[in-house]
Design a protein around this ligand. Structure first.
Ligand code: NAD
Length: 278
């Protein structure tokens, strides 16, 4: 997809962070937007910031029916999607054993099944376009795993596997597929999640973890969105967002089993430099 101009772009989780920045930049490039988020207030702020009339809907990507009816609305009102960005996501920090099944299932229902629901709902529309693009947001935690992130890691590895299989299935169509792996991006991801335990298994809370994460996250949402849209324009199958993601990916490839020790040392240095504990 060479340009977003005049294309219909669907973005989930557009009420905050990376989703909002993606929406703002796509609007500036001349795309028609269809935005959704379960946070109505955040979504309204995004739409107000963009100005003009933007199709938007309060939507929980955990709802089969809600996602199907949103896709129908995009078909009816815009004539179908050219680009779909499955961006909505949540985080949970807890160690295995202490993890509540309810939290694990909540996260998976958003991060993995949300991606599956939206992909299935919009795929028929994408198939009808002369040029179309599906963007699934995984994470650097879909490439490396860390303590306290077992549920998040599992969901983001699952998004990556699903996306890489789908890319092969769609190779002979006009739909290109990009899997996005951001490193730390300064958004509300921690504050919007359920945080109980840090990397070391020490108790933490949403406020503490959010403050520490903000000190360590390297990339702004605007920069992340720029990198993601550049990857879409280049039809890149995979994009690493931020120097931390590129570094962690490299370490994982060079030390496929020993990367945790290398990255632990690096994280300890960063924590000392910033006076934070994640
Ligand atoms: N921020 C990071 O460091 C980082 C790193 C790697 C990957 N990611 C991924 O990037 C994506 C965007 O996250 P972000 O960092 O912008 O966080 P964010 O919390 O700022 O934004 C996520 C948005 O998704 C929405 N959302 C959550 N659950 C939803 C649901 N069930 N239905 C509809 N909307 C829902 C939230 O309301 C929020 O507006 C997520 O998939 C996240 O996992 C973020």
């Amino acid at each position: 997809m060479k340009s977003l101009r005049d294309s219909n772009v669907v973005i989930t989780g557009a009420g905050s962070g990376i989703g909002r920045a993606l929406a703002e930049q796509a609007a500036r490039e001349g795309a028609r937007l269809a935005l959704c988020d379960w946070n109505e207030e955040g979504l309204r702020e995004t739409v107000a910031g963009i100005g003009g009339s933007v199709l938007h809907e309060k939507l929980d990507v955990r709802s089969d029916e809600g996602v199907r009816s949103f896709a129908d609305r995009v078909e009816r009102e815009l004539g179908g999607a050219h680009v779909v960005v499955n961006n909505a996501g949540v985080s949970v920090s807890e160690h295995v054993g202490a993890m509540k099944r309810e939290d694990f299932e909540w996260l998976f229902d958003v991060n993995f099944w949300g991606v599956v629901r939206c992909t299935e709902a919009f795929l028929p529309q994408l198939r009808r376009q002369r040029s179309a693009h599906l963007v699934n947001v995984s994470s650097i935690f879909g490439i490396i795993a860390v303590p306290s992130q077992s549920a998040y890691n599992a969901s983001k590895f699952a998004v990556r596997g699903y996306t890489e299989a789908l890319r092969q299935e769609l190779a002979d169509t006009a739909i290109r597929v990009t899997c996005v792996h951001p490193g730390g991006v300064r958004t509300n991801i921690c504050a919007n999640g359920r945080q109980y335990s840090n990397l070391r298994g020490e108790p933490t809370d949403v406020k503490e973890l959010s403050e520490n994460f903000a000190k360590l996250a390297r990339t702004s949402p605007a920069k992340a969105a720029e990198i993601i849209w550049a990857a879409v324009r280049a039809d890149a199958p995979r994009v690493l967002v931020g120097s931390d993601a590129r570094f962690a990916d490299l370490v994982q490839r060079v030390f496929p089993t020993r990367y945790p020790a290398v990255l632990r040392g690096f994280t300890a240095l960063l924590e000392r430099a910033t006076g934070s504990r994640v």
